[in-house]
Design a protein around this ligand. Structure first.
Ligand code: SF4
Ligand code: SF4
Length: 377
């Protein structure tokens, strides 16, 4: 296991799923190249992508694979089991990933987003054995899986699959005590099995880095992002903390935090508890903006954006802004209205956070409709 820890330099990992976009909506290759250059020049090495992140493996090739020495970075990618079919086997998906990235091996390779509903496909296509074959052939160096389910299921899987070398878990200070996500209990299971941990969603899709100052007042002049990232990075057994960076400013702030990483003091742990309680009282929607739900919605509702505006309306003093932004998104044809949901349930089947999306959308229009709000005020 020590080998894995030596492979990664610095605990910060660069998630390649929320990269900057240009005016046409494509990933901005020039901006991305400058962000990844800064990351590597600052001594960090870990990049994270997946088969299903649109354009992500290709932009890895363009901005990292063809521009940086192979020994100056490590790359993790994921086999997305729910996309496998009899015609599109694990072998075909993996070959496509090598082609897209231009690589001949991955340093870290994961079964992606293991949860109860995805497990049958992972088993049907013998993906656990497939990954062990890849390892023997030198096409992957380390094998693990990312996980979104209960501590009991994680315990079962790690018992049945001792070949698993590491796990990727959703951990942040808000989910730590969440009865639904159960981050603390899931973390303890991984520790019991002595598995190195990659942390995903340390700022919960941006929610914990973008809070109103009245909520984060216990943090004083420390930024909300720095407190959330230090909470995650300070846990024992953590190999990397992933941050889906979208701007050069985020890269710079993360480098600053992780270059002089300090464990939280007991005073700061109390500050985190206080902020957690304040957020819980506002009943924010625990969407991580993963966007797995958007391609399948027949009404083209951009669900994470609707939830973001609902959360902004909850955590900001300026409620008007979220309503105006929602109205603009609809007027510009960028999303269907929340009220156009036909309750087909496709989105809930793929949501790793198990959110009751249909129920949440049923009241969204009322909360965000600018015209309705203006009339009632
Ligand atoms: S339930 Fe509603 S939001 Fe979800 S996929 Fe169907 S129409 Fe879209
Ligand atoms: S609603 Fe669920 S699937 Fe959709 S973006 Fe949010 S967390 Fe992801």
């Amino acid at each position: 296991m020590d080998d894995i820890f030596q492979l990664n330099k610095g605990k910060l990992g660069f998630g390649l799923m929320r990269l900057p976009k240009d005016g046409s909506g494509k990933i901005d290759a020039k901006e991305t190249a400058s962000m990844v250059d800064k990351f590597i020049e600052s001594g960090f090495t870990y990049f994270d992508t997946a088969y299903v992140y649109p354009g992500s493996e290709e932009i890895f090739k363009e901005t990292i694979g063809t521009r940086h020495r192979r020994d100056s970075y490590t790359i993790a990618s994921k086999l997305s089991g729910w996309a496998l079919t009899d015609d599109f086997t694990p072998e075909k998906m993996f070959e496509e990933q090598l082609r897209r990235t231009g690589l001949d091996y991955f340093d870290f390779y994961l079964l992606h987003s293991i949860e109860k509903d995805h497990l049958p496909n992972y088993e049907k296509y013998d993906t656990w054995d497939f990954c062990q074959r890849l390892k023997k052939e030198g096409k992957i160096r380390h094998f693990g899986f990312s996980f979104h389910d209960t501590p009991e299921l994680l315990d079962k899987l790690l018992t049945e699959h001792p070949e698993t070398e590491f796990v990727q878990l959703q951990i942040n200070y808000l989910d730590w005590t969440s009865p639904r996500v159960q981050s603390a209990r899931i973390y303890e299971v991984a520790r019991k099995h002595n598995k190195p941990i990659i942390i995903m969603e340390p700022v919960k899709g941006g929610l914990l880095s973008d809070l109103e100052s009245t909520i984060t007042e216990p943090f004083g002049d420390k930024t909300p992002a720095s407190m959330a990232l230090r909470f995650a990075a300070g846990l024992d057994g953590v190999l990397a903390v992933l941050s889906g960076m979208s701007t050069p400013e985020q890269v710079n702030e993360n480098i600053r935090i992780f270059s002089n990483l300090e464990k939280l003091s007991s005073e700061e742990e109390k500050e985190i508890e206080e902020v957690r309680e304040r957020i819980k009282n506002l009943q924010v929607i625990e969407c991580t903006s993963c966007r797995y739900c958007t391609p399948g919605c027949p009404e083209k509702i951009v669900i994470p954006n609707v939830f973001r505006y609902l959360n902004e309306a909850a955590v900001r003093s300026d409620k008007e802004k979220a309503k105006k932004d929602y109205a603009a998104m609809i007027a510009e044809g960028k999303s269907g209205r929340a009220s156009s949901c036909i309750r087909c349930g496709k989105c809930e089947k793929v949501c790793p956070q198990k959110l009751p999306i249909r129920t949440l959308l049923s009241t969204a229009e009322e909360k965000l409709c600018y015209t309705c709000f203006s009339k009632s005020n």
